[in-house]
Design a protein around this ligand. Structure first.
Ligand SMILES: [Cu+2]
Length: 257
């Protein structure tokens, strides 16, 4: 057997150690992705016809329902959920369709910083429905409160559901924004969702149209709801859950399925 130089042997050992390091690194990386797997669950709107689909969403004043394993700091974060249990991080909707969003809003109101987001924008008919009654601006809500016995609303939204194009995406721009009217902060917590008690949610629905497949949009909240603990003014209200995927932001992908 040919004699190898000490440098060769050292190099060989170093390569083996480096190789193990890379394998371990990749494995750890993949493990952390699988750990985040529940964070990145894709939720498709349910097809209701050749050119229509519907998606149920919910917004909660904490993350108990959709992030039951969240550490204490995140457990109090406001959250969007898909229906009553799934995460709303990555939504998918079919192309060239009318999408009906039905949203249960369990949270109380937070004053908007920018009145622009008090207006319903980009929906079909320029309106959204609040417990079955149309509104186009948060200023319409007091009149709806008067004609809805036993259910008063906050004069502020709890969140906004806003869909917009991502930077540098010039195809089929979508801008949809709906102020999600808050529940009255004095309302009784009388609804049990997965062992957590909340006030009766406001049911908010609206419709928008999608264009071609293959485009991903952002959804985001523009009500400064992010500082659940201290209710401080911005920038704190735009921190924490506001910039965390699966809490107050995510994506909407137009996909063939
Ligand atoms: Cu919000």
């Amino acid at each position: 057997m040919k004699q190898r130089s000490p440098a060769f042997v050292i190099g060989l050992i170093a390569s083996i150690i480096l190789g193990f390091g890379i394998v371990a690194g990749v494995w750890l990386g993949l493990s952390s992705i699988s750990g985040l797997g529940s964070e990145s669950g894709v939720f498709r709107a349910t097809r209701t016809g050749p050119n229509s689909a519907t998606r149920e969403l919910a917004t909660y004043p904490d993350s108990h329902v959709c992030h039951p394993d969240a550490p204490a700091e995140q457990a109090i974060w406001v959250t969007y959920c898909s229906g009553d249990n799934g995460l709303a991080t990555k939504l998918e909707v079919p192309p060239n369709s009318v999408i009906t969003v039905v949203l249960k809003q369990y949270d109380s109101g937070t004053t908007l910083i920018n009145d622009y987001f008090g207006q319903v924008r980009g929906t079909m008919g320029g309106v959204a429905m609040l417990d079955g009654k149309p509104f186009s601006n948060i200023s319409d809500v007091s009149a709806i409160s008067k004609t809805t016995p036993g259910h008063t609303f906050s004069s502020d939204p709890g969140h906004t559901f806003t869909i917009q194009s991502v930077p540098n995406e010039y195809r089929y721009p979508i801008f949809v924004s709906v102020p999600l009217i808050g529940v009255n902060s004095s309302a009784h917590a009388n609804v049990n969702v997965a062992g957590n008690m909340y006030a009766t949610p406001n049911i908010i629905s609206f419709q928008f149209r999608t264009g071609p497949a293959g485009i991903t949009y952002l959804w985001h909240c523009y009500d400064p709801c992010g500082d659940t603990q201290y209710a401080r003014k911005p920038p704190f209200g735009f921190s924490g859950p506001m910039w965390t995927l699966g809490y107050m932001s995510g994506t909407v992908s137009v996909t063939n399925y």
